[in-house]
Design a protein around this ligand. Structure first.
Ligand SMILES: NC(=O)c1ccc[n+]([C@@H]2O[C@H](COP(=O)([O-])OP(=O)(O)OC[C@H]3O[C@@H](n4cnc5c(N)ncnc54)[C@H](OP(=O)(O)O)[C@@H]3O)[C@@H](O)[C@H]2O)c1
Length: 273
């Protein structure tokens, strides 16, 4: 364990100053949420659910601009407020810029859901350095850069919620996913560290660990693999994106104010830690 630094760094001072210059926190119906990777899949379901619960939502995409625009239209049609933002979260500067743009366009940022992710599956001995780096940058480092940028505003408001979308494979390991498992396990560690650093200032940080959920990411599995995975799921089916979205919606709500640093598995009972 490395010692805690004694001299406050520039970032420590920035966090302290942000806390000192407190702005009022938003009423639940005025909160703004950014869900990364919400052009499709789990992120899309989370964006729709948070919008239905009254949040203004920043719908974020990388390549799926048209899909993100469709999510924005769907939210608007239901009477909600949303706007689309593009950014490659594997780029740290783009992460900082994304947070700035969301706060500028939507007025504030109260809730951050770090959901964007990719896989580059292969056995470790065949895994190219690029496969490792792409997954670590997109699935893990992005959550650090985005959280760091978002925390300042949350500390000023004295209220914030961060939810990191991990995976059950972070808890059990998986063949052919050394990069993805490491990234998703890293997210759980990041969740616990941030949860200890900022909960006293009104910002809770939690993770969800979905099991096998019907989405593009799992759509490419062979029938043989699907059957093998199904045998390990006590509920007897794959999950739906809305079932993960419901867990995220709970963790970002006022009801979850005393839940901090936790990883909520949404996996039909596949892993019981
Ligand atoms: N599906 C599952 O069974 C499952 C299980 C456990 C955990 N998860 C996790 O849940 C999250 C969502 O999974 P999903 O199944 O919904 O995935 P998905 O359908 O493949 O969607 C991935 C999302 O991430 C975005 N994204 C990918 N690379 C990006 C980048 N470099 N910059 C910005 N955005 C990027 C995509 O944006 P564009 O489409 O716009 O490019 C898309 O919106 C991921 O973190 C995944 O690891 C999923």
């Amino acid at each position: 364990m490395s010692p805690t630094p004694k001299t406050p760094s520039r970032d420590d001072r920035a966090a302290r100053d942000a806390h000192a210059a407190r702005e009022p926190s938003a009423a639940p119906e005025q909160r703004v949420a950014l869900v990364t990777g919400s052009s499709r899949g789990l992120g899309r379901a989370a964006a729709l659910m948070l919008a239905a619960r009254g949040h203004a939502v920043a719908v974020h995409y990388a390549r799926g601009e048209a899909a993100a625009a469709e999510v924005v239209r769907e939210i608007a049609a239901a009477g909600g407020n949303a706007q689309a933002f593009g950014a490659d979260v594997a780029d740290p500067d783009a992460c900082a810029d994304l947070i700035k743009r969301v706060a500028a366009e939507l007025g504030r940022l109260d809730v951050l859901v770090n959901n964007a992710g990719v896989t580059r599956d292969t056995l470790a001995l065949r895994m190219k350095r690029e496969d490792w780096e792409t997954v670590i940058d997109t699935d893990l480092s992005s959550a650090f850069h985005l959280s760091k940028a978002a925390l300042r505003g949350m500390l000023r408001a004295g209220w914030g919620r961060i939810v990191n979308v991990s995976s059950v494979v972070a808890l059990m390991g998986n063949v052919g996913q050394a990069n993805y498992v490491a990234a998703k396990a890293g997210l759980i560690g990041l969740t616990k560290a941030l949860a200890r650093e900022y909960a006293g200032k009104g910002v809770t940080v939690n993770a969800v660990a979905p099991g096998f959920i019907e989405s593009d990411m799992t759509g490419g599995l062979s029938d043989e693999l699907r059957d093998a995975y199904l045998k390990q799921i006590p509920v007897g089916r794959f999950g739906r994106p809305e079932e993960v979205a419901a867990a995220i919606a709970y963790l970002v709500s006022d009801d979850a104010a005393y839940v901090n640093g936790q990883t909520l598995t949404v996996d039909g009972g596949m892993v019981m830690p």
